[in-house]
Ligand binder design. Structure first.
Ligand code: CS2
Length: 489
């Protein structure tokens, strides 16, 4: 079978791009070329190119590994986007990516300095920025930050690359690009602006001031459940295109992108792909982080420990399904109302998406990087719930499940890696602590600076977490889940 590399190669049911990709130049550099970018921003850009044209194709940069670049480069960067839902499977070949670069600082800098590039988008995960959450400034202990501060001519990290490129653009008299963070972080535009200006200040104060004055950092909320691609994905792509496609990915049919409309150098007509432009993204972002991502993290820890490999398996466990519903309701109670928007409907839609039987989204994948995810997903709403007298227990349950997960061993004695940037620290803190909910909770609350002070100091919160964790340790995961779901909480 032939490898996908031209639109004319497609012989199956997959739709080809509705435009000639080669007729459009690049206008965007994307940092972090994972499956999520290819299922979300690249697909929206593809729709924008098809409907409104423009030189807005994407130069995709993989910062650490070559795999995706090795898969896409021989295919002229074409790949199949497979959508799966209860109505069936469909495929579409995306032509929005024009070039791919792997772990190559000079080639990346060159692309970032090209005046044709007017937007830089990023999906590098929460931990990929090297920004310390408590201060909002670059973390000097982060090895990539430290290395980039001493050798900014060959930067490896996101802040180093953006700072070096903006420095060159300033020197060349080229207008800066707009920076669009697409990671699941609250106020992601301001987050990256503060981190980048802080980084630049350690290098060149006048550049820091220039970035602060001239670079736009709109915030956005991104949403599309995209599991890691597997052999089934590639087999499906072969059926849909009649070609071998090593860059194929699969996702759900739902997609959402809410963007603050602040693009001084212009932007693609992303609304053609369904993006919504608003003045204030924060309320949408908070809703998504607390409801979708918060429930995801809760069901990932409890589901993984209960032996459920995929989110869809969690949802057929009636006790866990009930706890997901309870979590969504509690998270919604911590939100300010959004005009003309129903959190109840949003919650029902989320349940249906989690239930999608054709999406194989691993609980272990979501469980990854808990210390980077829980502050905005679980602790921030817990703090609001504490302050406003709303239900606290669902957040304490999610936290106790994460703490149980931190022990690194299932009830059946199978060990697993936590896959968290602070894994070594967590293991050290828990070393020698007896299997006691109170002691484990105290160690993680007091020795891993993660939970906000007001929660650490709240006996209502601490007692609740310790009580649930003791239940989990005494009854086992399944017993504790059943008790929690049937209890009158
Ligand atoms: C998930 C998200 O892996 C995770 O932590 O909660 O990646 C989630 O699937 C996306 O945010 C959905 O838009």
């Amino acid at each position: 079978m032939k490898r996908l590399s031209q639109i004319t190669d497609i012989s199956g049911a997959a739709l080809p791009p509705d435009y000639d990709p080669a007729a459009h130049g690049a206008g965007i550099v994307h940092l972090g070329l994972g499956a999520f970018h290819r299922a979300h921003q690249a697909a929206m850009t593809d729709a924008a190119l098809a409907h409104a044209g423009g030189d807005w194709r994407i130069i995709g940069v993989s910062l650490r590994n070559r795999d995706v670049v090795d898969a896409l480069a021989p295919q002229n960067c074409l790949y199949t986007l497979i959508e799966r839902d209860e109505t069936g499977v469909s495929g579409r070949v995306i032509g929005a990516i024009s070039q791919v670069i792997a772990a190559d600082p000079q080639a990346t800098l060159q692309a970032l300095c090209d005046p044709a590039i007017r937007i830089v988008t990023l999906t590098v995960t929460e931990k990929g920025y090297g920004i310390e959450r408590s201060t909002g400034l670059p973390d000097p202990q982060n090895p990539v930050i430290a290395a980039d501060l001493t050798a900014l001519d060959a930067p490896k990290g996101v802040l180093g690359l953006l700072c070096a490129a903006l420095g060159k653009r300033k020197a060349n008299g080229t207008a800066p690009f707009t920076v669009l963070c697409c990671d699941n972080l609250p106020n992601n535009g301001q987050f990256l602006q503060k981190g980048l200006v802080g980084f630049a200040r350690l290098h060149d104060a006048s550049l820091a001031d220039w970035i602060a004055r001239n670079v736009a950092f709109p915030s956005c909320m991104v949403d599309r459940i995209t599991p890691a691609a597997g052999p089934e994905t590639r087999a499906e792509a072969e059926r849909l295109t009649g070609c071998i496609d090593l860059g194929a990915i699969e996702t759900e049919s739902f997609t959402q992108w809410v963007i603050e409309d602040h693009f001084p150098q212009g932007r693609p007509a992303w609304e053609q792909g369904g993006a919504i432009f608003v003045q204030d993204v924060d309320s949408y972002e908070r809703m998504k982080l607390r409801m979708l991502n918060g429930a995801h993290s809760m069901l990932a820890y409890s589901g993984f420990l209960a032996g459920h490999r995929y989110v869809r398996d969690v949802m057929v466990n009636p006790a866990l399904e009930r706890l997901v519903r309870r979590h969504l309701k509690a998270a919604a109670q911590t939100l300010e109302p959004l005009p003309a928007f129903s959190f109840d409907t949003y919650a029902k839609d989320l349940e249906a998406r989690f239930n999608n039987p054709s999406i194989a989204h691993e609980t272990y994948q979501i469980a990854m990087d808990g210390t980077e995810k829980l502050p905005q997903r679980i602790f921030a709403p817990a703090l609001d719930a504490l302050e406003n007298g709303c239900a606290l227990r669902p957040f304490a349950f999610a936290t106790a499940m994460w703490m149980r997960y931190c022990l690194g061993v299932t009830d059946g004695g199978v060990t697993y890696a936590l896959r968290d940037p602070r894994e070594a620290e967590i293991i050290r803190v828990l070393q020698g602590i007896p299997r006691d909910g109170e002691l484990i909770s105290t160690a993680l609350h007091e020795q891993i600076a993660l939970v906000p002070k007001a929660l650490v100091e709240s006996s209502a919160w601490r007692d609740c977490v310790a009580e649930i964790l003791n239940g989990i340790l005494d009854l086992g995961i399944a017993g504790a889940i059943d008790l929690e779901a049937t209890g009158k909480y």
